[in-house]
Design a protein around this ligand. Structure first.
Ligand code: TXE
Length: 477
């Protein structure tokens, strides 16, 4: 029987025309089919979310805790099954997928507890006898536009704080991952929320996403995706005064100094650049290596890459699954062509890998590139990285910061002096020492600077900034 992934609007599941949900490891066997929502359904979801604002916005903290804790507990209890669905639909290895499902569950648990301690402040006034209270109230109706690369965790880290702080939600997932979105919505639909407090609208970015950006019924928009779409959403939504938070691309550097533990550095590079098929906004796509260890680092990295197994993410022993979609594969292959045409030296990979089923299996690809090559400057979002030499630490830092992006940066070194300097001077939102640039904790802020992000940080207690508005109350008792 074909699985059906439907939209969930005002407490009802809504069908429509069936579109095949592609399995990137086996193009002949779709995961299921989904219904594309139209303008009328999007309008109904926005109306429903606005209709539920009073009920959910005034709900008591225990009710919010109970709902979010229920969702988190169920996701954790079903993490193997949900992880399997994620691996099928997005192509991450089963281990990575189960890890992501667990993380989504933990995020709901974290924000369940945050709902019980929504912060406020009491201050003395400069006027005698007057009390001042600062309280945080919901922003209202939140539109959530999510990408496909973390189809459980990213929706979780937007939906959970939105609901915890009393907002209602219209959630639009990426079209490539309707099954994961449906799975989350199905659990939320049984969590005891009032009808309309949470809505899932599976639809095209240019229809549903665009409408969320334009519609006056959406008070705040949280978006993760590409730079061009993010900027478009920003312009459309801020023109009408909506609050906007954007997480966009990265071209994250990993600096390897001569004093680094080289095996550890290679592990950080391979993990950061290629695991999850390189489809992480925090991927280490620029490897900047001090020249005295450059040849050795490159040789050991190539040896490590040769030992990686590319294939079906559900198979044991597979390290890298397929590229998530044909559109993303086209992008990856076009950058491999651009790299070659611009004169970057292909050190490893560059070709498709034959597997038992027809899928988007691409070999991990490493270029020796110059800093101004496009493969060194533009986000590719696939298993493609550029390596380049640096004269010394100062040169490496300058190369690391020479980018329009500013999400994450890493350094491998045994020097406290350079590690401390790098932590202070890397122009990013997140910095790693002797760790891959990808792989973050769920209870601390996530986000970047420069062209990577806009608005308040996501995750951890910092999420309160975006999902609430502050009220200052003066009382003369
Ligand atoms: O992104 P889009 P895509 C980057 C990465 C990747 C590229 C394309 O470089 O190769 O983006 O991916 C919705 N108004 N990243 O096509 O188009 C869309 O339906 C409102 C990096 O998936 O930005 C989806 O839900 N919304 C990134 C979401 O926006 C619109 C993660 C993201 O889609 C819209 C993902 C519109 N006009 C992609 N058009 C990271 N670094 O984390 C589309 N959308």
């Amino acid at each position: 029987m074909t699985l059906q992934f439907k939209s969930y609007i005002n407490g009802e599941w809504l069908g429509g025309n069936g579109v095949a949900d592609e399995n990137p490891s086996d193009l002949a066997t779709p995961v299921g089919e989904y219904a594309l929502a139209d303008v009328a359904q999007t309008q109904a979801a926005i109306d429903a979310a606005n209709g539920a604002r009073a009920a959910w916005g005034m709900s008591n903290p225990q009710q919010r805790f109970d709902a979010l804790d229920f969702v988190g507990s169920e996701i954790l209890a079903r993490k193997e099954e949900l992880g399997r669905l994620l691996a099928l639909e997005e192509g991450k290895t089963l281990g990575e997928s189960i890890g992501e499902a667990a993380r989504a569950g933990q995020i709901f648990k974290f924000f369940a507890a945050e709902a019980l301690r929504i912060p406020g402040e009491k201050l003395a006034s400069t006027r005698p006898g007057v009390d001042i209270e600062l309280t945080r109230e919901p922003v209202g109706t939140v539109g959530i536009i999510a990408p496909w690369n973390f189809p459980l965790a990213i929706p979780a880290w937007k939906i959970a704080p939105a609901l915890a702080y009393g907002n209602t939600v219209v959630f639009k997932p990426a079209e490539t991952v309707p099954a994961c979105a449906w799975a989350i919505a199905e659990i939320i639909s049984r969590a005891g929320l009032p009808a309309g407090a949470f809505n899932l609208v599976i639809g095209a970015g240019r229809v549903v996403g665009q409408m969320l950006a334009e519609h006056p019924g959406i008070d705040a928009l949280s978006f993760t995706g590409s730079v061009p779409t993010g900027n478009r959403v920003l312009q459309t939504a801020t023109r009408r005064g909506a609050k906007v938070q954007l997480e966009m691309g990265g071209k994250n550097p990993l600096v390897v100094l001569a004093d680094a533990d080289l095996d550890q550095a290679v592990e950080c590079a391979v993990n950061g650049a290629y695991f999850s098929t390189g489809q992480r906004c925090t991927a280490s796509s620029r490897l900047i290596v001090e020249k005295s260890v450059y040849d050795e680092f490159v040789a050991r990295t190539i040896k490590r890459l040769s030992g990686l197994k590319i294939g079906n993410p559900l198979e044991a022993g597979v390290h890298i699954g397929p590229v998530a979609s044909s559109a993303q594969l086209d992008t990856d292959l076009s950058y491999i062509r651009i790299g070659r045409e611009e004169g970057a030296e292909l050190l490893f990979g560059g070709d498709m890998v034959e597997c038992a089923t027809k899928g988007h299996f691409l070999a991990p690809t490493l270029f020796a590139a110059k800093p101004d090559h496009r493969v060194s400057r533009e986000e590719i979002f696939g298993p493609v990285a550029a390596v380049m030499p640096a004269d010394d630490y100062e040169h490496a830092l300058a190369l690391a910061n020479d980018t329009e992006f500013g999400l994450c940066a890493g350094i491998c070194t045994t020097s406290l002096k350079y590690a401390s300097h790098f932590k202070r001077h890397a122009q990013v939102g997140m910095v790693m020492v002797n760790l891959p640039t990808a792989g973050v904790d769920a209870h601390v802020p996530f986000g970047g600077r420069k062209g990577s992000s806009y608005g308040p940080r996501e995750q951890g207690r910092y999420a309160v900034e975006f999902y609430t508005t502050v009220k200052t109350a003066y009382t003369l008792p």
